[in-house]
Write a protein that binds this ligand. Structure first.
Ligand SMILES: C[S@@+](CC[C@H](N)C(=O)[O-])C[C@H]1O[C@@H](n2cnc3c(N)ncnc32)[C@H](O)[C@@H]1O
Length: 259
């Protein structure tokens, strides 16, 4: 909105060349963003995983508990799998499908998946979580669906929950680790609001929103038989870049929702 107002003001002031230059830079950045974002995500994954490691390890223990007693491999779907940040946490016999809308992640995903040859990972499926049927996933076919740092970017969280619920087998679990809006009025919450002005943060991070109450929206989706979740703050990193870049996404929620 702010950006559109800026362009309009420049045009009204007859600063056409200035408006055209700013608009052109914006369009070039938009076009590059889809390519640059996978590079950025891949570059930041190790740093993020270092900070989130104890929480991810705890969450992924759910895979073991789902596996208990069963001789067949777990069927797992990860939505918004990106560059394969979670491959190292899949430590059970499983067949893994990864859904990813941005095809520019494929290069990074293949590079990282090569380190986990013991895993049975199907080729990346291109598609959106809001429409898993279009991506080829039938009703009741997965034991587990996983999402990490994805629900901040999707267009419609409720459609995603609807689809995740549909593809899960009865009793199946949706595991998530997501960053959320800060709880109380605080400097961090103010900064989250400021960074969202004019869609600045979204523009830098391929649609990521800092002001979503994903913890509440998951709980509010009425079809889950059970929701377990806990909030945590991402610990500070010793690396200055990660400390600054990840500060706006400090508040997190993790847990599972069961069909
Ligand atoms: C911040 S990255 C996180 C990637 C990875 N899950 C991780 O933990 O590193 C957000 C991911 O969500 C994906 N994404 C955005 N909108 C989506 C949607 N509607 N359905 C599925 N994935 C989506 C992006 O393409 C990107 O891979």
């Amino acid at each position: 909105m702010l950006f559109k107002c800026l362009i309009l003001t420049l045009l009204l002031l007859d600063l056409k060349l200035f408006a055209i230059t700013i608009l052109s830079i914006h369009l070039i950045l938009l076009a590059l963003d889809k390519q640059f974002f996978p590079f950025l995500t891949d570059a930041c994954t190790e740093g993020y995983n270092e900070m989130a490691d104890p929480f991810k390890k705890k969450l992924f223990q759910e895979l073991q508990s789902m596996k208990n007693g069963s001789t067949s491999k777990l069927r797992i779907l990860e939505v918004g799998g990106g560059s394969g940040a979670n491959l190292k946490y899949y430590q059970v016999p499983a067949i893994i499908d990864i859904l990813e809308p941005n095809p520019n992640f494929e290069y990074y995903f293949k590079k990282n998946a090569a380190n986990y040859k013991e895993l049975e990972v199907n080729p990346l499926t291109q598609g959106f979580c809001e429409d898993l049927l279009a991506a080829g996933f039938d009703n009741d076919c997965f034991d587990i669906v996983i999402s990490t740092l994805v629900l901040c970017s999707v267009n419609d969280q409720n459609k995603c929950y609807e689809e995740i619920h549909r593809v899960l087998k009865p009793g199946g679990k949706f595991l998530y680790v997501e960053h959320v809006y800060a709880e109380q009025t605080s400097f961090l919450k103010t900064m989250q609001k400021v960074l969202m002005i004019g869609n600045f943060w979204q523009f830098l991070n391929d649609g990521c929103c800092l002001d979503r109450n994903t913890d509440s929206t998951i709980k509010a989706f009425s079809k889950w038989s059970k929701v377990e979740q806990e909030k945590f703050d991402l610990p500070f990193s010793s690396n200055m870049f990660h400390r600054v870049f990840n500060w706006p996404i400090t508040p997190h929620v993790m847990g599972y929702a069961q069909k």
